[in-house]
Design a protein around this ligand. Structure first.
Ligand code: GUN
Ligand code: ZN
Length: 459
């Protein structure tokens, strides 16, 4: 990771597009530890390396050290506020916002009763466009500046989300759901056509500005072996493209997969058999894993998206933080709306904490205690690392794309009161995780585009 400060930066005179922000600043050091620089100056501007298509962090440090290096740069001052990395949501479903809070006995009836009917409507481009625009507005309002999200099986739903994200210059990764079996009319797709559509969408959107494509088999039960094999071929043909799916979420789902693939060692092993585990493969849930599954994730470079509010709401189980925390498996936090109940990042971090405390203890296992800095890292720099975007997003290190939030740590009467008794950074972070919601996020700054992208589409 690049050095967080940039003490060797030459003194700059006024430079086109360079600007500064003054406030306390939260960032992660090279060891991933949360640090707070009081009275900091964050300087952002065009990438001197010519790599990023948007503003990047040029310097971050104490105002007294950095301000003299940038004497003519316009500075916005946020007294009593924090600058912090924009949050990274590793897994959600933008078409499921209206499904939030739909109770069901478990994942499979929930999909059938609420989710598939809601998703069927996204064949309509106008319907999808309106909801995609709302989704990206909500991402910003909640401080989420990087999102890996499912669309539906309709090409129009993918175009809608990419279009909305591009209009805001946001780093959004999405893809067309592949589901050619065990799915009702209206969401079921056709094997050959689904793979052709996926490839066309990769060409149309991947690498346009800050957008990325994700090959998106929904989960094993809803894809034929031919569709999974085709997805695996695309995954090896396009190694820069992401893969996203679900695994080991629910007992009935796991039993179904075991029936479909009786010789597979585990559910996860089925994805491996089809070439769908690699760097930039992201699997939501990963609850009912054993040690060989975690080792397989690590060996292949695949990452786990932990979805604590969804796992609680759907009664799916508890992610095993005790076994995973010391493990090298890449992982980060995710809202998983609409199985998940909230886009509130503080709610997600708190649910992860509670999962580690209560979930395993309820099974007679040793509880884990996650530090507030680690929880925050799992939703920013750690999630970025799991997405293979370390040093690109999720931190305020020099060279990172300049996505950041302005936090008011005293946004509510309760937080203001609590802030007065907090003495350490851990205590301050914990107060926000436990008491916080979107009122804490005063602004989301999405890095401004600085160069046209080479394969930008014109339609
Ligand atoms: N497994 C397959 N599809 C879904 C979905 O939409 N949400 C969740 N939570 N799990 C799934
Ligand atoms: Zn999901």
């Amino acid at each position: 990771m690049p050095d967080i400060h940039n003490p060797t930066a030459p003194v700059r005179t006024a430079h086109a597009g360079v600007r500064g922000f003054r406030a306390d600043a939260l960032y992660f050091d090279a060891q991933g530890q949360a640090q707070l620089q009081t009275d900091a100056l964050l300087v952002v501007g065009p990438d001197p390396r010519g790599v990023a298509a948007c503003e990047v962090v040029l310097a971050l440090g104490a105002w007294a050290d950095v301000a003299p290096l940038y004497p003519d740069v316009p500075v916005v001052h946020y007294p009593d506020r924090w600058l912090a990395p924009g949050f990274v949501d590793m897994h959600s479903h933008y078409p499921q916002l209206d499904v939030i809070g739909s109770p069901a006995p478990g994942l499979l009836p929930w999909l059938e009763q609420y989710t598939f009917p809601a998703e069927a409507r996204f064949a309509d481009a106008q319907w999808a466009g309106e909801r995609a625009a709302f989704f990206v507005r909500e991402l910003c309002r909640h401080g989420i500046t990087t999102s890996l999200a499912f669309a539906t099986s309709h090409v129009a739903s993918v175009d809608a989300l990419f279009g909305a994200a591009r209009a805001r210059g946001m780093r959004v990764i999405t893809g067309k759901c592949l589901q050619d079996q065990h799915s009702p009319d209206g969401v079921r797709d056709q094997t050959e056509q689904s793979l052709q559509d996926t490839e066309s969408l990769i060409h149309r959107w991947h690498g346009v500005g800050r957008l990325g494509y994700a090959i998106t088999p929904r989960f094993v039960p809803t894809s034929s072996a031919a569709q999974l094999a085709g997805a695996g071929e695309l995954a090896s043909q396009y190694p820069d493209v992401w893969v996203q799916s679900h695994v080991a979420e629910n007992a009935d789902e796991i039993a179904w997969v075991a029936q479909m693939f009786p010789t597979a060692r585990s559910y996860l092993a089925v994805y491996n058999q089809f070439g769908l585990l690699r760097k930039r493969s992201v699997y939501a849930h990963c609850i009912h894993f054993d040690a060989p599954d975690r080792d397989l994730m690590t060996a292949t470079g695949a990452a786990a998206a932990i979805c604590p509010t969804s796992n609680a709401f759907l009664g799916s189980g508890f992610f095993d933080f005790t076994a995973s925390q010391g493990h090298a498996m890449a992982m980060g936090l995710a809202s998983d709306v609409g199985g998940g109940t909230s886009m509130n990042v503080f709610r997600t971090m708190r649910a992860a904490y509670e999962t580690a405390r209560v979930g395993l203890a309820s099974q007679g296992r040793a509880a884990a205690t996650l530090s507030p800095g680690y929880l925050w890292w799992l939703h920013t720099a750690g999630a970025a690392q799991a997405l293979d975007l370390e040093g690109v997003v999720g931190n305020l290190a020099v060279g990172c794309e300049a996505d950041f939030v302005v936090i008011n740590p005293s946004a509510t009467p309760m937080l203001a009161r609590k802030a007065q008794v907090c003495e350490t950074l851990d205590e301050q972070l914990f107060a926000m995780i436990v008491l916080g919601d979107d009122r804490l996020i005063e602004h989301s700054h999405v890095a401004l585009p600085t160069m046209p992208s080479s394969n930008q589409q014109t339609t």
